[in-house]
Ligand binder design. Structure first.
Ligand SMILES: N[C@@H](CCC(=O)N[C@@H](CS)C(=O)NCC(=O)O)C(=O)O
Length: 211
């Protein structure tokens, strides 16, 4: 079997710790029991130091033997093909999982990230607030009907959707009990806790090396 490597920065400031998107790939590997190693790209110089592998200078990257992938969603779908734990094996279950992975990225995160950027500048009621509220309300309607997005079970789509939604400012934007319960349900999973703790530890160790 090819060796999986998750690439992240060698260090980041306090703010993003626990939210750097390598956590998505760590979480998926932990759920599926896939063995992986973590390697690093220098945070300093990130804009240009790995453009040949990530054209936007970002992390995470995933290597699977010779294969290299950027975009956390692409990495998650690649990992999901390795394990029924992440995606049901039947054609309908797979298609619906892929659909919700794309919805997490393209219907929710597409608005939540720009909204969040404006919100951390002090304006939570910025010009994107209406769009953001509408999308979250629509998702709340879905999550009132079911515990998980696909096939009555946890999939990689839930992993991604919950990761998009667990950002504290997003979580605090309005009162959506079903969404809140969903995020709690997903992030209570041992695989999430392990991935989260491992990321924090990774950056804490980096602090020691940096000083
Ligand atoms: N769409 C990309 C977004 C990646 C992303 O935003 N990565 C952040 C860390 S979580 C990053 O590298 N930020 C540094 C930068 O943009 O310069 C993905 O999902 O992989």
């Amino acid at each position: 079997m090819n060796e999986l490597t998750i690439w992240t920065y060698d260090w980041v400031p306090e703010g993003p710790r626990g939210f750097v998107r390598d956590l998505r790939l760590r979480w998926a590997c932990e759920e599926a029991g896939l063995t992986y190693t973590v390697q690093t790209i220098p945070f300093d110089g990130r804009e240009t130091n790995h453009l040949e592998r990530q054209p936007f200078g970002q992390v995470p990257l995933l290597s699977d033997g010779e294969l290299q992938l950027f975009e956390s969603g692409a990495g998650l779908l690649h990992l999901a093909c390795k394990s029924d734990t992440l995606m049901p094996p039947d054609a309908v279950g797979r298609a619906h999982t892929q659909q919700w992975v794309i919805a997490a990225l393209n219907s929710i995160e597409m608005v939540s990230v720009p909204w969040w950027f404006l919100a951390i500048s002090g304006d939570a009621n910025n010009g994107l607030a209406g769009w953001m509220g509408k999308r979250l309300d629509q998702l709340e309607d879905v999550l009132c009907q079911r515990d998980w997005l696909v096939a009555d079970r946890f999939t990689v789509a839930d992993l991604l959707m919950a990761d998009v939604l667990r950002v504290p400012k997003v979580r605090a934007f309005g009162n959506r009990p079903a969404t809140e319960a969903y995020v709690t349900r997903a992030t209570s999973r041992p695989a999430f806790k392990k991935a989260y703790a491992d990321q924090l530890e990774h950056f804490e160790l980096a602090d020691e090396k940096r000083t």
